[in-house]
Write a protein that binds this ligand. Sequence first.
Ligand code: AMP
Ligand code: GLY
Length: 422
Amino acid sequence: MNILILGSGGREHALAWKIAQSKKLSELYIAPGNAGTASIGTNLDLSPVDFTAVKNAVLENNIHMVLVGPEAPLVAGIHDFFLDDEQLRSIPVIGPAKAGAELEGSKDFAKMFMHKYHIPTAKFRTFYSDSLEQGKQYLSDIDPPYVLKADGLAAGKGVLIIDELETARNELENMIRGKFGEASKKVIIEAFLSGVELSVFVLTDGDGYVLLPEAKDYKRIGEGDTGLNTGGMGAVSPVPFAGVDFMDKVENKIIRPTIHGMKKEGIPYTGFIFFGLINVKGEPFVIEYNVRMGDPEAEVVLPRIKTDLVELLQATAEKKLSKVSLETDNRVVSTVMLVSGGYPGSYEKGKVISGLDQVDTSIPFHAGTKLSEDQVVTNGGRVIAVSSFGKDMESALRLSYANAEKISFDKKTYRKDIGFDL
Ligand code: AMP
Ligand code: GLY
């Protein structure tokens, strides 16, 4: 079977790496991909949100399945585009249609959905330009810190956590007046939850699901979880505090009600659901839903899956997931993200990356890289995720850090404390 993966990050390299191990695979294409995916498949130079270009690529290359990496094409309706097109209808898309992608595309939708199906999440109210004054009053009535969330997609920047009442009231106004464009015309004010976060993933066909290994992601740029938010600076799987009791609660109070709720709403769903959770004194709460795998979580979760991923994706497309059981690797996997100096602010691209051929005891998953005249150069803020197996977290991290040292590029930086809190 010929498979097309849409996207260009470390997540997509990890998906490509795992899919390339399947006996069921004939040809693998990645659009647009990066220098890492180019070494295991064929990169196609097109944007995943240019649906006509995707269609042409699918027909030209006789693609049998499309796996969507990032959320943007899903929220923009790529799955619906396939269903509405006579030539594409029979080609399965892994990733939900637009209605299901609203779980990530609209925080207001997600919160209303959780409220309706009694899924534990922080208390919230939603405000618009018409209700700005009520919003400001609401902030005065609740305790800090204040959590303000843009309703729509804001490139991971749409959540503000603010200690000062006056700042929160001003930011609410800025957001509603368009700080994040259309995405923040509606703002959700949420109660602050205190606890440790983790990421839980399922692959679902809308009925059955398989629970994938959980992971913990390190989002802040600075050591000790300080400084600006990033896409993710490292990750580990498994997460020590996610024991059987806790994960039972996650399945019973969150995962099953979510899948059941979507079905009840008449929203078909085929693809990954990423539950961004927080453990508040042993009780799981949903911070956010994403309709895709996490990045860098994919770089630690996928290596721990022993089952053939193509078989899992086929079972998803054929709605047979309830008959599938997942085999996982008991070892720990860690990843350390090498980033461009300046990230998550401005940074330079095009720096030559050397030493990749020296990496022998880790898997270097490429994120922002590309080939330039046979050299691998940096092409983004997050550059390489160095993933390693270990019998425990310490030994996995030791390898990730040893190999992180071997890879060089100008202004390379990384966090030295991944896993510090576990
Ligand atoms: P989100 O984009 O919804 O994942 O939010 C980004 C980050 O903000 C999360 O990973 C949390 O660290 C933090 N956050 C979001 N909502 C809350 C909340 N209600 N209480 C505490 N922290 C939160
Ligand atoms: N690492 C968090 C995310 O993928 O959204």
